[in-house]
Design a protein around this ligand. Structure first.
Ligand code: ATP
Ligand code: MG
Length: 472
């Protein structure tokens, strides 16, 4: 009997890939017909010095997400070009853990869809493919393209042929926002491909728009917010021409869709570097452009104090986000951002009272004014209003040293104390404890704490007893 040794090479039959897996029909063509022709591309790039080979950079496959690697290899094995693109390459070069791993390829959405059984094409004009993995993980795969929907609105209105949308990797790099975001990691030889000068900007610590900043920002003003975001996250300098274009075009941000701008600044508020973000936003004039409701206070007599308090509050928020991110909700983040504008608002100051009262209605109106034109979920804005409104009762209780249940039993009480302490620290005032109602002050009668007031018959009985005691 003939013994057959089963080796890797046996598995590489017709219609099977490198790993011996069956491949879809369109991959069974001759290699020359495959869409990815990598060799000439490599040669030309090598000449132009666009490739940074593996020994000259620090990206290791160990740091790449397992599922993203799977997608990259499957695309490569099917004969396509597959690059890791965008923020993940930037973050790994900076030695940080990327938030998400996006993949760029020359395979068309239908081809990608056929390679990955658990995938779906999303989007109308620029169709992306979402590849699904166990545990709900999604890897986004997009075909290299020439321009974005923001770059060419005229074209977006017309039905263009696919060949007009999709482009080469070089075109894909140049439609991106910043040079540090335009780098590719090639899974074929573990090199980095740099068409836009991102590597040298990363080394020098520079945030620079790709192409002419003025033109790119006018096409999509959200790119100005993105430049400020990455400068504050990395601590990089914004390159002078890019900075000048941001200052000159800050007010163009109002041309963008309101929910899109809101999502962008909310992302910055919870980035953990919101204080340096706010500083850059202020300096560039973007803060007033994004929040027109801040203007009256910023231009008022106490504008300087407001800015000072805002930066201190955001520093505290960043600290809290670093230590207990899961407990800091969007409502508290909004309250931190809004607090200085409440604090210096004369109408708000008039609401201070000697009675325990929550001016929630007034807080909701002021919040609406400050954050106009942005909308939030009702629950978020209601809770943010309650946290802000609770600052008066918390102040009164801390002064009196007594904490009635109707104050501490509120769902937002913990957030109220966090905001109160941040505001106190920003003014150099003493802070209170995290759970002030649980600590017993010296001299207070422990037995009476938390006792319910007698009601109905018992109350009448208690009153009669009191009267008797007084008479005797
Ligand atoms: P993050 O760490 O927040 O995910 P990111 O740079 O990866 O940062 P994404 O929103 O995930 O940001 O975008 C992925 C990539 O898409 C970016 O790196 C950039 O190259 C490109 N991009 C995103 N928005 C724009 C835009 N408005 N114009 C041009 N390119 C953009
Ligand atoms: Mg990203």
């Amino acid at each position: 009997m003939k013994i057959r040794h089963y080796t890797k090479s046996h598995r590489k039959g017709k219609g099977r890939n490198r790993r011996g897996r069956k491949v879809p029909f369109f991959m069974k063509q001759e290699p020359s017909a495959w869409p990815a022709v990598q060799n000439p591309l490599f040669e030309s790039m090598r000449e132009e010095n666009h490739i940074i080979l593996r020994p000259d950079h620090n990206i290791s496959r160990k740091n790449i997400d397992k599922e993203a690697l799977k997608v990259l290899y499957r695309l490569k094995d099917a004969g396509f070009t597959a690059y890791l693109v965008g923020g993940s390459v930037r973050d790994m070069l900076l030695g940080k853990k990327p938030k998400d791993f996006d993949i760029g390829t020359d395979a068309r959405p239908e081809q990608i869809r056929k390679i990955f059984r658990h995938s779906r094409i999303i989007g109308k004009r620029f169709r992306l493919v979402h590849v699904y993995f166990r545990g709900g993980k999604i890897i986004e795969v997009s075909t290299f393209r020439k321009q974005t929907d923001y770059d060419d609105r005229e074209a977006a209105r017309e039905e263009l042929a696919n060949s007009d949308i999709y482009g080469t990797p070089r075109e894909d790099a140049s439609r991106r926002d910043l040079t540090i975001n335009g780098l590719f990691y090639n899974i074929a030889n573990f090199s980095i491909i740099d068409y836009v000068g991102g590597m040298s900007d990363l080394r020098k610590g520079i945030v620079r728009a790709i192409g002419d900043p003025e033109r790119r920002f006018l096409r999509d003003p959200v790119r100005m917010l993105r430049a400020i975001r990455h400068a504050s996250r990395t601590g990089f300098e914004i390159e002078p021409v890019t900075w000048k274009a941001i200052k000159a075009n800050a007010d163009k941000i109002r041309l963008c869709a309101i929910p899109r701008v809101r999502d962008e600044w909310l992302k910055d508020l919870q980035s953990g570097v919101s204080a340096s973000w706010a500083e850059l936003m202020l300096e560039s004039g973007m803060l007033e452009a994004v929040f027109p409701g801040f203007k009256p206070v910023l231009h008022g007599d106490r504008g300087k104090e407001t800015v000072d308090m805002l930066l201190k509050m955001l520093k505290r928020l960043d600290k809290l986000l670093k230590t207990e991110k899961q407990n800091i909700g969007e409502e508290l983040q909004l309250a931190f951002l809004a607090y200085p504008f409440f604090h210096f608002d004369p109408e708000w100051r008039k609401l201070q009272s000697e009675k325990i009262r929550w001016p929630t209605y007034e807080a909701r109106n002021l919040l609406h004014e400050i954050f106009h034109p942005y909308d939030f979920r009702n629950m978020i804005s209601d809770q943010a209003a309650q946290i802000l409104a609770s600052q008066w009762p918390v102040k009164l209780c801390s002064r009196r040293g007594s904490w009635p249940k109707r104050v501490w039993s509120k769902m937002t009480f913990r957030d109220s104390v966090l905001l109160f302490n941040a505001a106190a620290a920003s003014q150099g005032l003493p802070e209170i404890e995290d759970e002030p109602h649980t600590t017993v002050r010296e001299g207070t009668n422990r037995r009476n704490r938390g006792r319910r007031r007698p009601r109905g018959k018992n109350r009448r009985q208690a009153k009669a007893n009191n009267r008797k005691q007084k008479c005797s």
